[in-house]
Unconditional design. Sequence first.
Lengths: 410, 622
Amino acid sequence: MPSALPDGEPVPADGALPASALAGAADRPLGFYLHVPYCATRCGYCDFNTYTATELRGTGGVLASRDNYAETLTDEIRLARKVLGDDPREVRTVFVGGGTPTLLAAGDLVRMLHAIRDEFGLAADAEITTEANPESVDPAYLATLREGGFNRISFGMQSARQHVLKVLDRTHTPGRPERCVAQARAAGFEHINLDLIYGTPGESDDDWRASLDAALGAGPDHVSAYALIVEEGTQLARRIRRGEIPMTDDDVHADRYLIAEETLSAAGFDWYEVSNWATSEAGRCLHNELYWRGADWWGAGPGAHSHVGGVRWWNVKHPGAYAAALAAGRSPGAGREILSDEDRRVERILLELRLREGVPLSLLREDGLAASRRALSEGLLQEGAYEAGSAVLTLRGRLLADAVVRDLVD
Amino acid sequence: MPATPSHVPEPSRTDPALIRNFCIIAHIDHGKSTLADRMLQLTGVVEQRQMRAQYLDRMDIERERGITIKSQAVRLPWAPTHDKGNTHILNMIDTPGHVDFTYEVSRSLAACEGTILLVDAAQGIEAQTLANLYLAMENDLTIIPVLNKIDLPAAQPEKFAEELANLIGCDPGDVLKVSAKTGLGVEALLDKVVEQIPAPVGVKDAPARAMIFDSVYDSYRGVVTYVRVIDGQLNKRERIRMMSTGATHELLEIGTNSPEMLPADGLGVGEVGYLITGVKDVRQSKVGDTVTSQSKGAEEALGGYKDPKPMVFSGLYPLDGSDYPELREALDKLQLNDAALVYEPETSAALGFGFRVGFLGLLHLDVIRERLEREFGLDLIATAPNVVYRVIMEDGTEHTVTNPSEFPEGKIQEVYEPVVRATILAPTEFIGAIMELCQTRRGTLLGMDYLSEDRVEIRYTLPLAEIVFDFFDQLKSKTRGYASLDYEPTGEQSSSLVKVDILLHGDKVDAFSAITHKDQAYAYGVRLVAKLKELIPRQNFEVPVQAAIGSRVIARETIRAIRKDVLAKCYGGDISRKRKLLEKQKEGKKRMKMVGSVEVPQEAFIAVLSSDDSAGSGKGKK
């Protein structure tokens, strides 16, 4: 069961945005997220919007299949062009995620990218990323992507330990992601990320260190490390509820996070977001920074979320329903919310506090400021940054970011 | 089909020789209400089509729990089978069936000359029935033993007839066998009432004296007072006087119930009926008081009047502090109908504004709390129930403590606590378990009697505080539900009692203070501290949870500081979800109570406090 969509108001059939959303757009970067809702198998911990069937039928018999998925998605890119009208912006980032994008032919991913290029134009220094499954790429595949314009790739490595991968239902063999990194380098990718998961039931501190060491040994310029979240409705949640596997304690998560920080910083990585580290400014994921800094992006594909100028909307989740809407010339949007000024202030605090640059204190109200002083005295915020006018989390503060946010938004 | 008898004597003009005043003593579920219903039908007072199961139980809560709290009286005309031309008046007085209402029961009994002892033929007599039976015997009431539910396959009429015969000293053959459900044997029972129960005796020409045995607030009529006339006559429109207070009222209406109210000219010797005076508060019309005429009234009141005395106290607080005025209003309304309910405002540092409320016992507490929640829509936190302590200081000053957090500091010479005489009936196989339980609850064995070969009556003196604290549930679980319990206050005793305080991060939580015997203080402290550790979420700092007697810490746990409170991922699709989650968490934070610097969820208060008052739920039920 994929995770639930939020409640919201309906999206107009033509997908039109209120005028307010487009005001001042030229000053904000624009990105594209392309969702590929297919996987070979569903992993036990995953609650993303993804399907293992290759063909899914929507209303009116419209077929959403893996084979024609690039065309279906292209329809939405064209819809985006219409909705954004004469918006002159070139696209700064494209990120293909899933699901498993690399279950599609490399040529399909390139065609989707070219549809964006043809409709909007790509900035000269655009960051073009795809997620990749270590089991479904080879040098030829990577070469096709690189030649088609992709310059960043993100591999789902998760762990270097077989027994940990097994709990996560990951099918790749240890060592495989590291070889993929070498192949990607050889193919000419400038930026390479490895995704890691810590705190999987059965994982030890040493297992986690081994995963970090293996990842670093492969030489990526970016590492994402996530505490395992047991989402309601997943296979993993059921197994834990039945007592088949133990739930990992939050304190263990905290310990593993500290190990990650220590190991990664010793290897020359700096955190720039709570769960993300990079070797340089250039190694940061620009696309994700769009999310965290309130920029505009269009999310295309079933269940994808978009944000343009204070309007957030999300597409229907089922690939069949998605394809049917586009085939009928309608927006696949399932719902949207138009953010109030206060919503936007709260979002800025909750997102920007997760970043190395932190939240400008000018964003806080009286109670929030008082709370920030308490957080400072409790060692959750950095003193130097605070004096310079920003709330920036300390290492301990990063682990308690949500608690700090709850106080700062007052 | 029942036929209404001819020549039914009218109120105020009924020859006392034709009157029979009786009540029914029975345990809950033994079929009292069903029997009453059947009698209403057979005497033609209520027609079949109007019949509603258990006609006399008015309140929903009572109906649901199958218990009767407020008694009423019904005037039933009955022509005995062997003497059809001679219609008698049977006044059936409904008695409350619970341990908390012993005094009300005693007044109902005092209004009667006889009683039907109704016992389930499949279960035998229960402790509360036995206690009320003893009360009836003390009042010299004629007792008609009856086994009910003889149509049940599990019925053992011979065995329990023997038991009843032993108890009241009759022949097992004298025990009537009925099925209230089918009506079998009920006519014979009505005949027996006429035959065996003495007619009331009183002085016709003396100044009027009527005893109040119940008093009910009705939102349309004001207070309806139920009386039994002992001497003289009360007439409509005269002025009457309440002898305990001297207050006078105009008699707006006088009458009898059949079972609806039916105005009459008056009530004469031996008659039972109702009075309406327009007073709005049952405390102006107290159970046990004597009513007389204002002019040429009686000099001397009837004996046996007592003021109701609260035995158990609990703090009631609205979950939402802004509901405090509603809570006050609701208590005011309930008090109109409940002379035993007392309360005064109280402030708790942990729970805010509320009331310290006094009750007759645990069931009374339960019923009131449930009515507040159900009828008035209030969400409440109730502190663990406690009894009243009398504390004598070394300098001779005395304190009455109804709230443990007000237990005095300083040099204490003596602490007195209320004690009760408890009667437990159970199968003999549980004697050991019961004695062990009573021993750990500081009980003193008073005696033990065999009711039959395999059933025993055990009597103990126990501190009321021990009964209030989870005793009934323990008794039930140790006897697989077979034991029944009754108790009555018998006085007080000096005990080694201490106050245990609970401290969170060094701050006292007044709502958790408890008075316990010094030998039990440690166990209480350890248990509560462990429970709080489990219930209070980790804070940004380490929180010690301590139990202390004065400044001496007797138990300690530590709630470790929270180290991780951050969502790992926050990407495009997570943002709306995350903002909504934040809004929800902010709401949750508002529902936290601050104890010093520690945020305590209300659920923690409810969980800790409700575990202690579980003794109340199920009380009185089989």
